[in-house]
Design a protein around this ligand. Structure first.
Ligand code: CIR
Length: 265
C-alpha cells in the first residue's frame, strides 16, 4: 500500500438507521433475543454522534423496512486506498441493499467499481491495515469476490491477501474477529491471533468471553469499542489509545458489530 495511505484517517461517513423490521434480519444469535427497535435507534444515534465528535461529516440515508439488515452498510461497499467498490453481498436477501449505496457513492466518487457474479463479497470481510488488505473467505465472501476486489486494489497499488475463516463458525465476517487500529496494530480473537499473515503486526489479544469486542474501529484519534468489555478497554487505554465506548446490544443480537454500521472514508 502506498506510504501516504492512513487506514484510520477519515472525513466522512455514510450510515443508515435500523428499520422497524431489524428483527427480521439474518442472525445466528437468536439466543440473545429479539432486538428492541427503539433502543437500536437510540444506539445508532449515539454511534452517529460519536463519529461526528471524531470529526466526520455523517450522511444519513433513509431507513428501509424492505431490507432488515440494511443498517449494516459496511457490507455493501469497500473504500480503501482510492478504490471505491460496491459489493455483491453473499446473502441473497441483502443484494439489493447496494443500489442506494451506489447512488450515494456515485455522487462523491468518479469511478465506482462493482463485484459481479459469480463473485460475492461482504465489506465486513475486508480489513485494511494501511500496509495491506486482508480479505476473509467466509460464508459470505467467496474466492471469486475476493479476487475481483484484489484486482481493483492492485490498480491503486494496494496489495491484498485472503484469510480463510470458514473454520471459525463464530465469526460471521473476518472483521467479526479482527480489527486494524493503525500503527501496525491489530486486535484479534484467539483463533486468528496466531495466523502467519499477521506476523509483523503488534497484536492486541482478545480474551475468551470478549470476542464481540474484537470488532472495533479507529477513527482519527479515537478507537470506538463496544461497551462492556473491560479487559480490551483497559488494554487499549494502557497502550495509549483514546477510547469511546458505545452500547451495541441491539445490533449484536443481529450479529452486527461496530464497524458494520458505517462506511468511513
Ligand atoms: C447479516 O447477517 O448480514 C447481518 N444480520 C449482520 C451483518 C453484520 N455485518 C458486519 O459485521 N460487517
Amino acid at each position: 500500500m502506498s506510504g501516504e495511505h492512513v487506514s484510520h484517517s477519515f472525513t466522512r461517513a455514510i450510515v443508515r438507521p435500523p428499520p422497524a423490521t431489524l428483527g427480521r434480519g439474518l442472525t445466528n444469535s437468536a439466543h440473545l433475543g429479539a432486538p428492541d427497535t427503539a433502543r437500536a435507534l437510540a444506539q445508532h444515534a449515539a454511534y452517529c454522534d460519536a463519529l461526528r465528535r471524531c470529526g466526520l461529516a455523517v450522511t444519513v440515508l433513509d431507513a428501509d423496512p424492505a431490507f432488515p439488515d440494511s443498517t449494516f452498510v459496511e457490507d455493501t461497499a469497500v473504500l480503501v486506498g482510492g478504490a471505491t467498490v460496491v459489493t455483491r453481498p453473499g446473502a441473497p436477501t441483502r443484494r439489493d441493499e447496494v443500489a442506494i449505496i451506489r447512488a450515494a457513492l456515485d455522487a462523491s466518487f468518479p469511478s465506482v467499481r462493482s463485484i459481479t457474479e459469480p463473485g460475492t463479497l461482504d465489506g465486513g470481510d475486508v480489513c485494511a491495515t494501511g500496509r495491506e488488505v486482508f480479505i476473509g473467505i467466509s460464508a459470505r465472501t467467496n474466492e471469486a469476490g475476493a479476487s475481483q476486489l484484489a484486482a481493483f486494489l492492485r490498480e491503486v497499488g494496494v496489495s491484498a491477501r485472503t484469510i480463510d475463516i470458514r473454520g471459525i463458525p463464530e465469526a460471521l465476517h473476518l472483521k467479526s474477529g479482527l480489527s486494524a487500529l493503525g500503527d501496525d496494530t491489530l486486535v484479534a480473537i484467539p483463533e486468528l491471533a496466531e495466523h502467519e499473515a499477521f506476523a509483523g503486526y503488534r497484536m492486541v489479544p482478545i480474551i475468551p468471553g470478549e470476542e464481540y469486542a474484537a470488532n472495533c474501529v479507529r477513527v482519527n484519534g479515537q478507537v470506538l469499542i463496544a461497551s462492556g468489555y473491560p479487559y480490551l478497554l483497559a488494554n487499549l487505554t494502557w497502550m495509549g489509545f483514546e477510547t469511546v465506548e458505545l452500547d451495541m446490544s441491539e445490533f449484536q443480537k443481529m450479529d452486527g458489530g461496530l464497524s458494520c454500521l458505517s462506511l468511513r472514508f
